[in-house]
Design a protein around this ligand. Structure first.
Ligand SMILES: O=c1ccn([C@@H]2O[C@H](COP(=O)(O)O)[C@@H](O)[C@H]2O)c(=O)[nH]1
Length: 294
């Protein structure tokens, strides 16, 4: 137990989710084209309905314990979108799902404290279990946010080697010491987890589409991240396959959070049958993933 006296740490809760429901994390990405294809209105209400349908399907399948709402698609609708997101977050958390808010926040330290209050403080309208952040201003600028997360039993995932092709130039740039930007971020984040025997609260985003050696990771350095949770997007639409997980993540493979959005979401639609089809798609993905990560 870490964090406040009554709240298990994020790492402990993540481990429990892995044990009970496996490693699949279903994305709640209300892309406008999907919202319309599902038969919902292309507005904030449609994004809310879309999100609630995903939660219903995840719950019905019983095969995923983690969801990752993509904040951008709610933010696109302004204040009404944020109200919709608040509902989605609250209902997902009430359903017992671990909610990773994919907001990719990050600024100077004093402003990061504001993001911590918005996303990680208990009782905040946008409270999530973990938040994605960027470290372009330096990992040290996140220290207040890390402190707030730890005190509240929350998690933070810092972008390190992102799944998109454009990430390479910046993230593989090397410092005077020869370490890549990705490795510097990873090592500084991992240093916050060294007091753990299992998973800590501070994780990394490592894209499944990447060859991590090209981003400066050696097998030994990956072993050094054993208490650092990994959020891995890039499956399906972005080209990565589950079968590549052991090869890409090496010693970290057994503890990876496997994030899948569009390739599951394209199977859903509005209504009972659409929700059932989405639940079946989640089950199928979870079955396929269980062949790779026990
Ligand atoms: O490096 C990153 C970081 C975050 N993402 C997010 O994950 C999902 C991926 O969606 P798919 O439809 O499964 O491709 C999306 O919300 C991204 O913003 C990422 O892809 N890569």
């Amino acid at each position: 137990m870490s964090g406040s006296s009554s709240t298990a740490s994020f790492g402990v809760r993540l481990d429990a989710a892995f044990g009970s429901k496996g490693h699949l994390c279903v994305g709640i990405d209300p892309h406008p084209y999907l919202v319309e294809a599902w038969g919902y209105t292309p507005d904030a209400e449609g994004a809310r309905d879309f999100g609630l349908t995903v939660i219903e399907a995840v719950t019905a399948s019983g095969r995923a314990g983690i969801v990752k709402p993509q904040v951008a698609f709610f933010e696109a609708h302004g204040s009404a979108g944020f109200r919709a997101l608040e509902d989605v977050l609250a209902i997902a958390r009430a359903a017992g799902l671990l909610v990773i808010g994919d907001a990719k926040r990050g600024d100077i330290g004093s402003t990061n404290d504001g993001y911590a209050a918005a996303w990680l403080r208990a009782g905040s309208p946008l409270e999530v279990d973990a938040l994605t952040v960027t470290a372009f201003t330096g990992v040290g600028a996140l220290s207040g946010l890390f402190d707030e997360a730890e005190a509240a039993g929350k998690g933070v995932f810092v972008l390190s080697a992102t799944s998109n092709p454009e990430s390479r130039t910046l993230q593989t740039a090397r410092s005077d010491s020869g370490a890549t930007v990705s490795r510097i971020v990873a090592d500084e984040v991992a240093a916050r987890n060294t007091d753990r025997t299992r998973l800590g609260d501070f994780g990394l985003v490592l894209g499944a589409t990447k060859r991590l050696d090209e981003y400066g990771f050696t097998a030994e350095s990956l072993r050094g991240l054993s208490t650092t949770p990994v959020l891995a997007p890039g499956f399906g639409f972005q080209g990565a396959e589950f079968s590549a997980i052991p090869h890409v993540f090496g010693p970290l493979a057994p503890d990876v959070i496997v994030a899948v959005s569009r390739s599951i979401l394209e199977k859903g639609s509005r209504g009972t049958l659409g929700t059932a089809a989405l639940a079946d798609a989640i089950t199928a993905e979870a079955d396929a993933l269980a062949e790779v990560i026990a």
